[in-house]
Design a binder for this molecule. Sequence first.
Ligand code: CP
Length: 359
Amino acid sequence: MRNFISVKELSKDEIIEVLDVAKRLDNTDSKERMKILDGKIMTSIFFEPSTRTRLSFTSAAYKMGCKELGFDNPDKSSIMKGESLRDTIIMVSAYSDVIVMRHNIDGAARFAEEVTDCPIINAGDGSNEHPSQTLLDLYTLREELGSIENKKVAFVGDTKYGRTVHSLAKALKRFNGEFYFVSPDIIQIPDYILKELDKSQIKYKKLNNYEEILKDVDCLYMTRIQKERFDDIQEFEKVKHAFNISRATIEGKCKDDMIIMHPLPRVDEINIDLDDTKYAKYFVQARNGVPTRMAMLAIASGVIELTSKRKEKPYPIVENKEMLCTNSKCVTHFEKTKNKVMKRSYGDFCYYCNREIGK
Ligand code: CP
């Protein structure tokens, strides 16, 4: 059994193995596949809205004979009576073989694994990480481009709050990716992510527009401006229409085999006139959530075990009662955590939400 909290915990070989398992499960006879998780229960608890992640986990579970419990409306759960996340996780664990959780608080998934032995899959925690999206993104890149090594990816949109961007950049650094972070200044990629890339000597550039780099990139990874994460709605109003790509802005200006991806939902950043072009891969990408999440459920519940060498923890993790994470949306401000700190060579970082402490 194992958790999927952050892509950081997966070695390069393990990532490739997960993608291989996903491919194999996608090609498995449907009757045989129904036996894989027969008798297991997946509980999905979604504290934030979702279409793709929740439904593709449900679809993945059903295709492997797994039953599902859960809620997608926390207003109907005992959270509304004041129950803590800690107690909720302890109780849900008693009914489940694997828990899939989406939460609005940064670090909620890391905290959840601290209070249970039941496998936890992080289905997105605030603006922190979204590892199941990353695995399906990598699956899509490999299927569509033939490889995920040495790819030039432009992340366009909200690179500050976009958890899919944070997780995918962390994963692609293992494959020697080269990145462009294309955002207005107020929603640019945070320094705590860039420090990780710097440590690995990954090449990247921060830009305000994509025109000058369009001809160079293998993948244009579009993202929605994350309205729900802004403290000041006036700031959102300034940037909400920052990007809108269309046939007119793409055709003839990019590589012939460039692909456009988007974790979805989109608002107005991709014009629908691109949907039936060869570049558009966002709907097939969403469909790839099913095999990828089948693999994650089978691995998390221990039915399939990864054999690749695991990633070693390169830095100590220590408990620090005095630690006060400066991210007001970190789980350490909402729950009784163990207040752990990652002691990296380039600074101290919150174990739960990954932010640099004191910054
Ligand atoms: N990509 C993604 O997480 O979509 P949902 O919010 O619909 O799950």
